[in-house]
Ligand binder design. Structure first.
Ligand code: FAD
Length: 392
């Protein structure tokens, strides 16, 4: 019969890979996508939902167009990979054989990363670092904050999904609070001494939200943090604070199925940059956040870019179609306040060792408002583009 590719995870990496392989192989490859959710809520732009710039249903995308384009969409969890038999087992009981397996399961959290927090506490102290219900919960909690209340964030250590994400979130929460609860305060406990686009964020926080945000970096004990979800307290470097909302973003690792497949180094899956195949198994590829991506940040843009490289390589391997040298690109936009958008981005190539940066760019401090507005508008165009590239 036809060769079969199984893709696990219908997010930025997996949906793109499945769609491109199905579309470009014109039926020569049997493509199966395993994804438990019927609607994928993007994490990208979820901070804009917190800020009141987007509605939740604008962030939701279904899999109907992928199915219509020839992808066999199976709504189930992959629970195991048998590499010798080349099969994937599903929670629903099925076992499916593959010729090539692409894993793009995103992230899971490192157990015990933040003292006092575990998954059972995610309602009291949401992470909102996977899309959908957690994001809605965090927004409801922000809206319910008492006048002059405190929003706390525990930021994650490197490497993690979306390097500017926590700081765009702080900006969007500040935007909401400035309009609705202007005496409220934001505290960020950060295990890092610096972060993505730091100069740009700090300039923006000073311009738009002066006096509202207290960022406590590693040098000031920001990494020495514990939480008590029952008491709603955060203890930073020995000092306990009662808070009204606490957004705990723990340390991350590859989605569990990558670990179960035995293709991680413990936390992330080392890959060959030319085709995103794993170092551990030439027939298993890992895309996006779960992979060790060399110089690329963990972003939806990166995952989508890697998926196209991988799709071309997998088609080439299975049908002999032409494979061009891998080229990757990424841009991470962040919104600081209304029409105040900033960006950082780069292009990359595959070396024997890793995905290596070629050229980069970043917004400058002190840019005029027309530039910042144009940058924000560019991000809206990107969102429309990537979601149709993923889901058709
Ligand atoms: P995901 O998109 O998370 O997809 C993983 C999928 O796999 C999920 O749908 C999950 O249900 C499924 N899955 C997991 N395990 C299994 C299993 N065992 N079986 C079957 N399915 C499984 N990126 C940007 O480019 N731009 C941004 O502006 C941006 N903003 C962000 C803001 C926030 C607040 C956050 C949290 C992230 C943001 N990101 C942004 C990052 C982006 O969301 C991720 O990098 C991207 O989604 C990674 O794609 P992925 O395919 O690796 O994982």
């Amino acid at each position: 019969g036809k060769p079969r590719v199984i893709v696990v995870g219908g997010g930025a990496g997996g949906a793109t890979a499945a769609r491109y392989i199905a579309k470009d192989s014109k039926g020569a490859i049997d493509v199966v996508l395993i994804e438990p959710t019927r609607t994928y809520y993007t994490c990208f732009f979820s901070n804009l939902y917190l800020g009141g710039f987007k509605e939740m249903d604008e962030l939701g995308h279904s899999y109907g167009n992928l199915a219509a384009a020839g992808v066999n969409v199976v709504h189930d969890w992959a629970t195991g990979v048998d590499r010798d038999a080349k099969t994937v087992s599903l929670a629903g009981g099925a076992t499916l054989a593959y010729d090539k397996l692409i894993l793009s399961p995103g992230i899971d959290f490192v157990d015990g990363a933040v003292e006092g927090w575990d998954l059972a506490a995610q309602n009291a102290m949401p992470h909102a670092y996977k899309g959908g219900s957690q994001t809605e919960l965090l927004k409801a909690q922000i809206m319910a904050m008492p006048e002059g209340g405190t929003f706390a964030m525990v930021a994650p250590p490197n490497p993690y999904r979306c390097p500017p994400g926590p700081y765009e979130r702080v900006s969007m929460v500040a935007h909401y609070l400035k309009a609705n609860n202007p005496t409220a305060k934001i505290i960020v406990a950060d295990p890092k001494g610096k972060f993505s686009k730091m100069g740009l964020f700090q300039e923006g926080w000073g311009n738009h939200y002066a006096g509202m945000i207290d960022w406590i970096g590693a040098d000031f004990g920001g990494g020495n943090v514990s939480v008590d979800p029952a008491a709603m307290t955060v203890t930073i470097d020995g000092e306990e604070t009662k808070v009204d909302v606490c957004n705990v973003i723990p340390a991350m690792k590859a989605g569990r199925i990558a670990e179960l497949a035995g293709v991680t180094d413990g936390n992330w899956a080392p890959v060959n940059a030319a085709d995103m195949s794993t170092k551990a198994d030439a027939d298993i590829y890992v895309l996006g956040d779960a992979s060790q991506q060399g110089d690329m940040p963990k972003s939806g843009f990166s995952a989508n870019s890697q998926a196209k490289v991988c799709a071309m390589a997998v088609r080439g391997a299975l049908t002999g179609s032409k494979v061009f040298p891998a080229k990757f690109s990424n841009t991470c936009w962040s919104l600081i306040d209304t029409n105040d958008g900033v960006k950082v981005g780069a292009t990359y190539e595959a070396t024997d060792e890793k995905i290596a940066k070629v050229d980069g760019f970043i917004s400058q401090t002190g840019e005029d408002s027309a530039t910042r507005k144009a940058t924000y508008e560019e991000s809206e165009g990107w969102y429309a583009g990537i979601t149709s590239d993923m889901f058709g």
